[in-house]
Design a protein around this ligand. Structure first.
Ligand SMILES: C[S@@+](CC[C@H](N)C(=O)[O-])C[C@H]1O[C@@H](n2cnc3c(N)ncnc32)[C@H](O)[C@@H]1O
Length: 239
């Protein structure tokens, strides 16, 4: 599917910050830690959401502009160092070569045309500019199909090799994984699902997963929750 529009995000905005991974400091520190310099004159976050990463970037590196398709998501941002703008990542409203640093976290699985969005971000980076990206990925590329099914949202979670393909125009590519351990599936479902039926289906699917998935994700089934490790692929490169 895809076609996750601003209406979908308008509904999720209220609960978004309650999802455990969003404001996890160790994760944000590891992600921002991949930015090589201490200062960049012009910074852009694409798909800024409620500004969880942007707050830290603006305090540690410098003021920034953030775009997001959802007015309701960016309405949650209240920070002097952040200029939020409603815009679509498929058509960034900036001149060529406008930014020294562009970054994105956990957006590309909702994007209709990831190649187009990558070409837009590349276009808006200055030559020599820094790009930083993070994305939830399946615990291993080999179980990509099963992962898309068990998450139950008609979304394709890009594999590491697909992401590396999108990075082919960039040079000086560096990569790392950040694994958020023992993540509560109930916390995620309670703050993201649109109905009890959707929740029940996703729990059922988790309980029907393969031995391979269970081993790779450190799957643990408690009676009232399921806990799994969630892998985030963090990757940087220069234009
Ligand atoms: C999972 S949230 C991530 C938010 C933020 N990057 C973070 O890490 O907390 C995905 C965000 O992407 C935004 N988004 C989805 N499609 C978009 C598009 N085509 N253009 C711009 N933003 C988009 C959503 O509105 C949402 O705020």
């Amino acid at each position: 599917m895809k076609g996750y529009s601003e209406n979908y995000w308008a509904k999720r905005a209220k609960q978004y910050n309650k999802t455990n991974w969003v404001k996890n400091n160790s994760f944000i520190d590891a992600f921002i830690g991949m930015i090589p310099n201490k200062h960049y004159p012009n910074i852009l976050e694409v798909g800024i959401g409620t500004g969880a990463v942007a707050e830290k970037v603006s305090e540690r590196i410098g003021p920034l502009t953030g775009i997001d398709i959802s007015q309701e998501m960016i309405d949650k941002i209240n920070h002097d160092g952040i200029t939020p703008i409603v815009a679509n990542a498929h058509n960034l409203p900036f001149e060529d070569e406008s930014f020294e640093l562009i970054y994105m976290r956990n957006v590309i699985h909702y994007i209709d045309d990831p190649k187009k969005v990558f070409s837009e971000m590349y276009r808006c980076l200055k030559p020599g500019g820094q790009f930083l990206f993070s994305q939830v990925v399946p615990p291993d590329d080999s179980i990509s199909k099963e992962y898309d099914w068990l998450v139950g949202r008609d979304i394709h979670y890009p594999t590491k090799s697909e992401i590396l393909g999108l990075f082919s125009p960039f040079h000086s590519v560096k990569q790392d994984d950040f694994v958020l351990e023992k993540q509560s599936i109930m916390n995620w479902l309670n703050n993201t699902c649109q109905s009890e039926d959707e929740k029940a289906t996703i729990i059922e699917r988790h309980r029907a997963t393969s031995a391979a998935y269970r081993l790779l994700s450190n799957y643990e089934d408690a009676s009232d929750d399921i806990f799994v490790d969630i892998r985030h692929f963090m990757i940087s490169g220069k234009r």
